[in-house]
Design a protein around this ligand. Structure first.
Ligand code: ATP
Ligand code: ZN
Length: 225
């Protein structure tokens, strides 16, 4: 069992948020001995345990109160929040800080040959995405009668494979879209990584440690400006 008096922070084990989260923890003086395959890493100089998981699991771990803090992309966080809200599950959390890493946008893109005249051109179409709740919310706000088709991977090949007419996926440079004959048309969400805290009471000692970490994070971020 893990020690409940230690602050538990969930971070992505490997992927686009991993380096930014680890670099930040290092910059604020959290010393870690990470063994690559382990789920949990203990800080050697502070009462902190890191849980290294898939980013998809982080919002739920925080909202269920299993961990105290988590580093997560706003796209994933908002999607999971909408999903949990729809399912009637706990979806509370508090955003402590917006980070300077993990920047990307969630965009709708269509094949080059699609005669796109604005978002209403999507009416009656299928749009493949890993973020169906964010996409459905957009359709609703824009009064578009289109369908989100859930795909956990290979979203960018869905139109070519005949699974969808368009896609809604994360973009940073646009190179992947271009390589797949797709054109970015609508940005529906802009995202960065955030540090979030679980809802509910926090023991004094943990709260003090969180405050100390936040002060250091702010210091690191200001030094970079
Ligand atoms: P995991 O194995 O943890 O589930 P993943 O494949 O879902 O990993 P990554 O591709 O590592 O996730 O992306 C994690 C997060 O990084 C995204 O949810 C997003 O917030 C951010 N991100 C930043 N730039 C990009 C990009 N160009 N494409 C995808 N995600 C990006
Ligand atoms: Zn993921």
């Amino acid at each position: 069992m893990t020690d409940n008096s230690r602050l538990r922070i969930a971070i992505q084990k490997s992927g686009r948020l991993c380096e930014g989260s680890m670099d930040l923890l290092k910059a604020i003086g959290v010393k870690l001995s990470i063994r690559d395959r382990l789920l949990i890493a203990h800080a050697t100089n502070l009462p902190i345990d890191l849980l290294r998981v898939r980013d998809d699991d982080i919002p739920g771990l925080v909202m269920d109160g299993v961990v105290d803090l988590g580093f997560i992309g706003e796209n994933e966080l908002e999607e999971k929040m909408l999903e949990r809200q729809a399912l009637g599950k706990q979806h509370q959390f508090q955003t402590l800080e917006r980070m300077e890493f993990g920047g990307c946008r969630l965009s709708i893109a269509v094949p080059n040959e699609f005669d796109y005249q604005g978002a209403q051109s999507l009416a009656g179409k299928k749009v493949a995405t890993t973020y169906p709740y964010l996409l459905e919310r957009y359709f609703k706000e824009q009064n578009i009668n289109a369908k989100a088709v859930m795909l956990n991977g290979s979203v960018e090949v869905a139109p070519r494979a005949g699974l969808a007419d368009a896609i809604c996926d994360l973009v940073s440079t646009g190179a992947t879209l271009e390589a797949n004959g797709l054109e970015e048309k609508e940005v529906i969400f802009r995202s960065k990584a955030v540090l979030i805290q679980r809802a509910g009471d926090m023991p004094d000692a943990k709260q003090k440690l969180i405050d100390k970490l936040l002060t250091r994070i702010n210091g690191v971020m200001q030094a970079k400006e």
